[in-house]
Write a protein that binds this ligand. Structure first.
Ligand code: IFM
Length: 755
């Protein structure tokens, strides 16, 4: 067992946290989560949870937030407002150790060592804990937990326990903790339990198996029932106890679905090969993922670590085998945003998957296809046509944004994003098109992508209202900058709406003989297409006198506040200025026009990009974790590598050091996806052309070189950039064009080009 408990040695491939600080426990637990797109397990201690403490109001707080999540397990608990919540499964890792009948506890005796290591390469969390109890008994414990990347229903916990001196009576209990789950238990047997949700008719099954060796000999549990095992033994002094536990999880999406069968089958798969084979298959699966998606920065170990950390969590958030779930804003690492799916997935995270793991990207887009019914209903309810996606989405595609939230003063604050943040509908269409461009997956386009594009275009065409000035307007929205509500003609929204319609209008020619059937099925006539074209041609797109676009109508008349005078503030600008002044000012919460430049760089010439970036960047408060990565991407493309690198590093710190104080609720998937984009699409300048890819590197001087992998239309490519020189190797797939710094090259299978 020792070998499995030994983390990867290279510091570039691991994250370490030494010591114990209850105030930081919760953000460390998020960061050190292990996940595989189906199961996510926060890094809460399995033995003697961190102490609770009393706050000054004498309420009990806990530094620890033990959670196992199962993707798609949404319920609407008894909360106000009633919105779906990603429910926790049972905490299957709990262990209690008694030494001579005294419970081993973190808060009593002496903590000698605690070190947690997130082994990015092997996809596991390893912990070492040395402790002396009040009676002077010394324990050395090493644990490992993982959820299999090779067989997503399976989780594994290993634990090695050394106790000194000899002659100590050990009681070792392993159990599943159901406290605070919020699900109704249907059955519990020795190795299996089944629960159901209270409102949504879903079911969850968890099966478990455990075993122990003491001094290399199997020990039979003294008791075993209800997913609990209890062993007793007396220590020999220099020996060790080795414990393993499997969990196998099944999710049922209706009251009639049988999750128990799936959980039991997975448990049999794991138990029949044993934990060593489960670890080996998991490691192989991670190696394959890293081979497809590693990004290494030469000369900047911190950047490499930040990118690997980002890639690790992105991989852990996706499941290519489940097209009915998507990635919540915090993945499967925390409760933040209740597991809801935002534009974070399509705009920030998806490019990583599209370029390195198209199967996962496809599943994520299929989720949007499967939630089209919800989007159609939302559009119809608001009086528009086509499909309008939910700003916050859970399992059905219905809008799940809470109507109000309780503000800091305890008073309800209306949340308008669900009704007004409509750009999500263009963001989904954008992601579909990007996926199609990068992968050339025509089957996806025919089966699902075209329908998404057409229904979202239909929505926008109905949403653009032609007014007396002869132009099309989109009134009453919230753009990416959520500080300004109920605004008219947000440039980001209008540009993206027009772009969506234009791509949909490309489809008849693109789909050829498949078009008539699809058009008939969706009842799209030539007259309707003509109306779409007219709407796209008329829509206002950021009125401007010079190159600088108005973020929305009336923007230039707002108060221009110099936010640099608030540098170093600990709170958001909305709190500094108050909501009303905020709305009357030009201060933006996050990248808005800058996000538009990031998504449609080819729509603006370099001078216009520069002018808009220079105008809007100083007005941005970066009060969203999504903001700086988008600024970094645009700055990198503009060749301002110093500024881009600063944004990159600040964004990396959001989860690596919890610099913004929000990681307790889970890591920020959008930021992590954005970091990958900054490195690959920004600094390396990767672009997709009609007949291949292009690279236009603009590395910062601090990055003398970088390597990464990417895919294009079924080909697997390895890229190495050194200074201004790029080298591309075609590992797999047919010959293709590669344009390096503007010069086209022909790349043959197994061959390489460089310039
Ligand atoms: O999607 C984001 C939004 O842009 C800003 N607030 C948080 C959301 C979830 O990350």
């Amino acid at each position: 067992m020792w070998q499995a408990l030994e983390p990867t040695a290279s510091p570039d491939w691991r994250l370490d946290e030494t010591g114990y600080d209850q105030a930081r426990e919760s953000d460390i637990e998020s960061r050190f989560t292990v996940a595989n797109g189906f199961i996510g397990v926060r890094a809460a201690r399995s033995i003697s949870r961190s102490p609770m403490w009393l706050s000054w109001t004498h309420t009990v707080s806990s530094g620890s937030w033990p959670r196992t999540y199962v993707a798609g397990l949404f319920d609407i608990p008894d909360i106000d407002p009633p919105v779906p919540v990603l429910m926790p499964a049972a905490d299957w890792l709990r262990v209690q150790i008694h030494l001579n009948d005294n419970a081993l506890q973190l808060r009593t005796g002496e903590l000698i060592l605690q070190r947690r290591t997130l082994d990015l390469r092997r996809g596991m969390m390893i912990k070492e804990w040395h402790h002396r109890d009040p009676a002077g008994i010394l324990v050395r414990i090493r644990t490992m937990r993982m959820v299999s990347q090779a067989d997503r229903a399976i989780g594994l916990q290993l634990l090695r326990l050394e106790v000194e001196p000899a002659g100590v009576d050990v009681r070792f209990e392993a159990f599943f903790d159901q406290a605070l789950m919020g699900l109704d238990q249907e059955t519990i047997e020795a190795d299996l339990a089944v629960w159901s949700t209270q409102d949504t008719g879903k079911r969850l099954a968890m099966a478990g198996a455990a075993g122990m060796l003491v001094d290399d000999r199997p020990l039979t549990p003294a008791e075993h029932d209800h997913l609990q095992w209890r062993w007793r033994y007396r220590t020999s002094g220099d020996g060790a106890a080795e414990f393993y536990r499997f969990v196998a999880i099944g999710r049922g999406d209706s009251a009639h679905a049988d999750p128990a069968g799936a959980a039991q089958a997975a448990l049999i798969r794991a138990s029949s090969v044993g934990w060593r084979a489960v670890v080996a298959a998991h490691e192989d699966a991670w190696m394959a993922r890293w081979a497809a998606s590693d990004v290494e920065i030469e000369g900047d170990a911190a950047a490499t670590q930040a990118l690997r950390f980002a890639v690790y969590h992105l991989i852990g958030s996706a499941n290519p085998d489940d097209p009915h779930v998507s990635i919540g804003a915090r993945g499967l690492t925390g409760d933040g945003y209740l597991g809801h799916v935002f534009w974070d997935t399509e705009i920030y995270a998806l490019p990583f998957f599209t370029y390195t793991w198209p199967e996962a990207a496809r599943a994520l887009l299929m989720y949007r296809f499967h939630t089209l019914a919800g989007a159609r209903a939302k559009a119809a309810q608001a009086g528009w046509q086509g499909a309008m996606y939910a700003w916050e989405s859970a399992d059905t595609g219905a809008e799940t944004t809470p109507d109000f939230l309780n503000g800091a003063d305890g008073k309800p604050v209306a949340v308008l994003c669900g009704a007004q943040e409509q750009h999500i509908t263009a963001d989904v269409a954008y992601a579909v098109w990007q996926y199609w461009q990068v992968t050339g997956d025509r089957a996806f386009l025919l089966d699902a992508g075209a329908e998404i594009l057409l229904e979202t275009a239909r929505f926008w065409a109905s949403r653009i209202v032609s007014e007396a000035d002869g132009r099309g307007h989109i009134r009453g929205v919230i753009g990416p900058d959520e500080y300004h509500e109920t605004i008219d003609d947000n440039a980001y929204t209008n540009w993206m709406a027009r772009w969506t319609i234009q791509r949909a209008l490309d489809l008849p020619a693109l789909l050829g003989r498949h078009w008539p059937n699809l058009a008939t099925r969706l009842a799209i006539t030539d007259a309707e297409l003509a109306r779409w074209a007219a709407a796209a041609a008329s829509v206002v797109t950021g009125d401007r006198a010079g190159p600088v676009m108005a973020q929305f109508e009336g923007f230039f008349a707002l108060e221009d506040i110099d936010i640099s005078q608030y540098d170093g503030r600990a709170v958001a600008m909305a709190d500094v200025l108050g909501r009303e002044r905020m709305q009357r000012s030009m201060v933006s919460k996050q990248a808005d026009i800058v996000a538009l430049l990031g998504l449609l760089p080819e729509a603006f010439n370099a001078a216009d990009q520069r002018a808009n970036f220079d105008y809007y960047a100083p007005k941005c408060a970066h009060d969203s974790s999504l903001s700086r990565v988008m600024h970094a991407l645009v700055a990198a493309r503009l060749g301002d590598s110093a500024l881009a690198l600063r944004y990159f590093r600040d964004s990396a710190a959001i989860d690596l050091t919890d610099s913004a104080g929000g990681s307790a609720g889970g890591v920020h998937i959008a930021t992590l996806g954005g970091l990958w984009q900054v490195a690959v699409l920004g600094f390396a300048g990767l672009q997709v052309l009609a007949d291949g890819i292009a690279l236009t590197p603009r590395l910062p001087p601090e990055w003398p070189g970088m390597r990464f992998s990417t895919q294009w239309q079924g080909r697997h490519l390895k890229v190495r950039i050194t200074g201004d020189t790029s080298e591309v190797i075609l590992l797999r797939g047919a010959a293709m064009h590669v344009t390096l710094c503007g010069k086209p090259h022909w790349l043959t299978p197994g061959g390489r080009v460089s310039a």
